[in-house]
Design a protein. Structure first.
Length: 542
């Protein structure tokens, strides 16, 4: 296709393909070919194609100059004509600019750039279309359907510009930000240029152009917004739910799992955040690759860096062998970072760098190791509040907050309690035995507020089945976690159930408090406190 060779102050910068009509040239950011400078009008001139000739129309106050003469009327361009606009020179070439067209897959199936708005229940799909035109070499048209997008001269970038020696190995990146898609220079030696000015970062409008080295990159963002309707399923992986809240989550998992979009799962402890992460992995294109989970809050501070990024032999005292961190272990699959809000600021900085470069450096190592894993993070904390307090990096927060999933506490999902009672009764029953729950016990389970959420419900039923033996689960077999009674311990019927269970356990073990506590599934100190509360003696429990 025909093109313009764009120069500024005598320096040839890039070639602009004339792939559409009309093409507007000017200072306004919405122009197809934006040029900076006081001598450039907002909409300076227009190039039109009528199927046979290309017409240049001046719209400026300062004039458009064609072959050193100021234009006075629309003019048909001929090959090698030179257009002067302020300090910019545009040389027209009617010859074909070689262009290759490609959808970037980067060694795996292309996925969509996704954003989810939990308030509106809308999912936004964005596809990025690029046209890359160096001064010399073959032009490229690329379509990319995931973020971040790296551009540079080295192999491994999403867009490789190998023909331009002025482009750095990884020159710039396009990533998600609070304001939208962000173009960010990654410390290139020749800078990234936007409208003729060097930039560190630039929020991208729906269409525009920038320059790296001597290569012009024009782009447009194609966006589609859809509402996510609740699923009719009652199960997604190991997640169970008949409530609308859970079925909305099931629908979202179905929609985003095939993508590589980062997911942030929020919810109270015990709501099933890891089950949600596993369901996403199982429904993804990475299902046959590793799923690696790590709890950032459970690791000692002195080993968390090694667990995340790995270490080389001899990196520190006790490092007797090389260790691959979880990013390497999850290569090709999914990495689940639980309780990410517990991560230190220093490690957050390193994590952000891994997400930007997709490489890790082991502790004590010098080599950059490529990693390809889908990140799912979870926390019971409000990350936005941690950002305000300065305890969580804002840029990392927005890197994670692409597809947010909030799992409500079980006390807000009464429909799910009934479903889970039946599921866990059968799942936890001894082999060959059919578990039954009496109406009175079932009613007690429904009335309880479950401050420990699904985890507490499962543990309570498992303990009740042990106490009930082959018979049906009765109210006296239900021992609710003492530290999380949430006010219901004052219910006389529940107090009576708890007292009877303690008395029975002490009688079964002839007053041995340690064994009674083990049977009840509570700590020895908790049993002592409850015995004191109910006036129970180990020697004469009744």
């Amino acid at each position: 296709m025909p093109f313009l060779t764009v120069s500024r102050r005598g320096e040839s910068l890039f070639r602009y393909p004339l792939s559409k009509s009309p093409i507007t040239i000017g200072r306004e950011i919405a122009c197809d070919l934006p040029l900076s400078g006081d001598a450039v009008s907002r909409a300076h001139c227009i190039l039109e194609w009528n199927g046979k000739t290309r017409l240049l129309v001046d719209k400026s106050r300062n004039g458009t100059f064609l072959n050193d003469a100021r234009m006075v009327a629309p003019t048909v361009l001929k090959s090698s004509d030179v257009v002067q606009i302020g300090e910019w020179t545009l040389e027209y070439c009617a010859e074909e600019l070689p262009i290759t067209t490609e959808t970037v897959e980067n060694d795996r199936q292309p996925t969509l750039v996704l954003k989810y708005d939990p308030a509106e229940k809308t999912l936004t799909t964005e596809t990025l279309h690029f046209c890359i035109t160096p001064v010399k070499g073959t032009g490229q048209e690329r379509t990319i359907r995931r973020l971040p997008v790296t551009l540079g001269g080295a192999a491994g970038n999403d867009i490789v510009v190998s023909e331009d020696p002025y482009v750095s190995r990884t020159h710039c990146v396009i990533e998600q930000s609070p304001a939208g898609l962000l173009l960010r220079d990654t410390g290139s030696r020749n800078a990234t240029w936007w409208q003729g000015a060097k930039i560190a970062s630039q929020v991208l409008p729906p269409a525009g152009a920038f320059v790296i080295g001597k290569t012009h990159v024009s782009y447009r963002i194609e966006e589609r917004v859809e509402t996510v309707a609740p699923s009719r399923r009652r199960r997604c992986g190991e997640l169970l739910g008949a409530s609308r809240a859970l079925q909305e989550i099931f629908a979202l998992i179905e929609r985003v799992a095939p993508s590589d979009a980062t997911v942030l799962i929020q919810g109270e402890s015990g709501t099933g955040k890891e089950l949600c992460a596993r369901a996403i992995h199982a429904a993804s294109l990475r299902a046959n690759r590793p799923f690696v989970a790590i709890n950032c809050g459970a690791l000692p501070a002195n080993i968390v860096e090694s667990e995340l990024f790995g270490h080389e032999r001899g990196a520190f005292t006790g490092a007797t062998s090389q260790h691959r961190g979880v990013f390497e272990q999850a290569h090709g699959g999914t990495l689940f970072l639980d309780e990410i809000g517990e991560m230190s600021i220093e490690l957050q900085t390193r994590l952000l760098r891994v997400l930007e470069t997709r490489t890790v450096r082991r502790v004590g190592g010098t080599a950059e190791i490529n990693v390809d894993c889908r990140l799912v993070a979870a926390t019971h904390q409000e990350l936005r509040a941690l950002v305000t307090e300065g305890r969580f990096r804002e840029d990392l927060y927005y890197r994670l907050y692409v597809v947010p999933i909030v799992i409500p506490p079980l006390k807000e999902r009464s429909e799910d309690v009934e479903l889970m009672i039946d599921h866990y009764l059968q799942a936890l029953a001894p082999k060959g035995q059919r578990a039954v729950c009496s109406p009175a016990a079932r009613e007690a389970l429904r009335r309880y507020r479950w401050p420990g959420n699904v985890r507490e419900l499962r543990n309570t039923l498992q303990r009740a089945l042990l106490l009930a033996g082959p018979g049906p689960v009765q109210p006296e077999h239900l021992i609710f976690a003492p530290a999380t009674m949430d006010g219901l311990a004052e219910d006389p019927s529940l107090n009576a159930q708890e007292r009877r269970a303690i008395v029975t356990a002490l009688a079964d073990h002839k007053g041995n408090c340690t064994q009674a506590a083990k049977q009840l599934g509570i700590a020895r100190t908790t049993l002592s406190a409850k015995m004191k509360k109910y006036g129970i003696s180990a020697q004469s429990p009744a």
